[in-house]
Design a binder for this molecule. Structure first.
Ligand code: GDP
Length: 535
């Protein structure tokens, strides 16, 4: 074999360099600040301003729709691609504020790993927990960043305990904090045995990095006072005793999370976080699909749509489909097969998201996200290939947390309403359910803002006036059973609580969590599921 042939082809190198990840957190934990600092570290400086602008603006709910209309900013920050060291990072935004929606969840189907940001004073909060569960569904590996160590924080050991207990994960700290709040002095690097301390003057960055033999090294004693040093030695001994050593395989399998303590605001440990993702997070993974899984090194282009953003202008049906490339080398102007319809589409104006030179890149590889403008052809879950009939699996619908009955103000427009609901459900904006008994529709969403978006779009695009009323249900579960007879008995006994989703799958609508628990106890042969794979 010639030497040239032995070298990896460009595509393989490109794939190995990619790290496609998302940040999961509860509002206010510091995701926006951290994103900014990651981009700064990655050299995508001019974009950092945009992120900030959006972070501030999205606090004002009314502005959000305006941003949705303009799209520019929102699209820019949905995907941020930047290079640092030898890696290309694709950071996918998971809107986590009022605009929390299924998109947030589904974005996690397009990443290979996640960074979990936790507020050091608050620990694991509900939204972090929910997003974590979605990661777990797909065994997405997670690096944990415990943020705001420059403020009064909870005991570090207690934080590790909480992560291990509530998320059932092994935890391995890579950086151990020295002090907290005003007394936060820096971190001890457990992997490389070095001390990283703030510069006294500005307390903004590590002022010194001191290589040492171990935590009891004399060189540390010259920097920390006796008490701080004694505590560090004690902590490290304890942590090394109780935490398993870092195990790459366990991390990549989603069973272990490496933990870093730092401060996004002070840019403390952010470089180390990025280096951790670069070094340990998996490159683009093999994607489950029917009839066969797709490996990222395959030459033919394949991928799936995980999110659709609609309407730059409500009068036009422009949409941007966010397409995760799973294999091959994607180029502008490429002709791809839209597997669901069997039709060929030429992708003339793809949007590349390179932060430094947005729009300049002319090709993209597995792990990259490309925005494809279209007029409603592309829907969440759709596959595009170079001809092969593939269906990517594992792109789920999530049980709605808010259910509303749709009331039509003009009964003559019932057909339009139905079409609007179906279109928007297919696009992934909302879910729709048809109760077995009674007329009308129930819509389900995971975040309240989705209802506003739904009402606005039904009015603007379909010219139907509809309102949403409280439905007597709190949550919904897809139900399945191995035994068709048992399924029938269940449906017959619970007619008043049964509905069908748009694919005619049976759904149990629970009045409250108590009635759900009760039904699960009474019907042990029925499986109640909070997610349902899109068909
Ligand atoms: P998000 O809601 O998760 O995007 O959080 P933001 O990044 O907007 O941060 C919420 C608030 O916490 C802001 O006032 C930030 O300035 C502040 N913040 C973020 N990171 C840190 C940190 O490391 N230390 C301190 N003291 N404040 C922080």
């Amino acid at each position: 074999m010639s030497q040239a042939a032995a070298l990896p082809v460009r595509g393989e190198t490109a794939v190995a360099k990619r790290r496609t990840f998302a940040i999961i957190s509860h509002p206010d934990a510091g995701k926006t600040t951290l994103t900014e600092k990651l981009l700064l570290n990655g050299g995508a400086i001019h974009l950092a301003g945009d992120v900030k602008a959006r972070g501030e603006r999205r606090r004002a709910r009314s502005d959000w729709m305006e941003i949705e209309r303009k799209r520019g900013i929102s699209v820019t920050t949905s995907v941020m691609t930047f290079e640092a060291g030898e890696h290309v990072f694709n950071l996918l935004d998971t809107p986590g504020h009022e605009d929390f929606s299924e998109d947030t969840y589904r974005t996690l189907t397009a990443v290979d790993s996640a960074v979990m940001v936790i507020d050091a004073a608050k620990g694991i909060e509900p939204q972090t927990r929910k997003l974590f569960e979605v990661c777990r569904l797909r065994d997405v590996p997670i690096v944990t960043f415990i943020n705001k160590m420059d403020r009064e924080a909870r005991e570090s050991l207690e934080m590790l305990d909480e992560i291990a207990e509530t998320l059932a994960l092994d935890v391995t700290p890579l950086l151990w904090p020295i002090g907290m709040g005003r007394n936060f002095r820096g971190c001890y690097d457990l992997v490389n045995d070095r001390l990283m301390v703030f510069a006294e003057a500005d307390r903004k960055r590590f002022g010194a990095v001191i290589a040492c033999e171990g935590p009891d090294d004399d060189r540390i004693g010259q920097v920390l006072d006796t008490e701080e040093h004694a505590k560090l030695v004690e902590d490290i001994e304890f942590v090394r005793g109780v935490c398993p050593p870092f195990d790459l395989e366990a991390y990549r399998g989603g069973h272990l999370t490496p933990v870093l303590f730092g401060s996004a605001l002070r840019d403390f440990a952010v470089t180390e976080l990025l280096a951790t993702v670069g070094a340990y997070a998996p490159p683009p993974r093999t994607q489950p699909a029917e009839p066969r899984a797709v490996t990222p090194e395959e030459p033919a282009v394949t991928g799936f749509v995980f999110k659709v953003q609609a309407n730059m202008d409500p009068k036009h049906r422009d949409r941007i489909a966010f397409f995760r490339i799973c294999s091959g080398r994607f180029e502008r102007g490429m002709k791809l097969t839209h597997v669901r319809s069997g039709k060929t589409m030429a992708v003339h104006n793809p949007i590349f998201f390179f932060a430094q030179d947005r729009g300049l890149a002319e090709d993209a590889y597995a792990g990259d996200i490309v925005g494809i403008p279209n007029h409603g052809t592309l829907r969440v879950g759709d596959a595009l290939t170079e001809g092969e009939a593939l269906r990517f699996t594992g792109i789920p619908n999530f049980a709605p947390e808010i259910l509303r009955r749709v009331r039509l103000l003009d009964p003559m427009r019932a057909k339009h309403l139905r079409r609007a609901l179906e279109d928007l459900a297919e696009e992934g904006v909302t879910q729709m359910f048809k109760p077995l008994i009674g007329a009308g529709w129930i819509v389900g969403v995971v975040g309240a803002l989705q209802l506003d978006v739904l009402a606005a779009r039904i009015a603007a695009e379909y010219e139907v006036e509809a309102s949403f009323e409280a439905a007597p249900y709190e949550t919904a579960r897809w139900v399945t059973a191995a035994d068709a007879g048992e399924m029938k008995r269940f449906i017959d006994s619970n007619q008043g609580s049964m509905a069908e989703d748009r694919d005619d799958n049976p759904v149990f609508m629970a009045r409250n969590s108590w009635s759900l628990t009760r039904a699960m106890q009474d019907w042990p042969k029925i499986t109640f599921s909070a997610t349902c794979e899109r068909s």
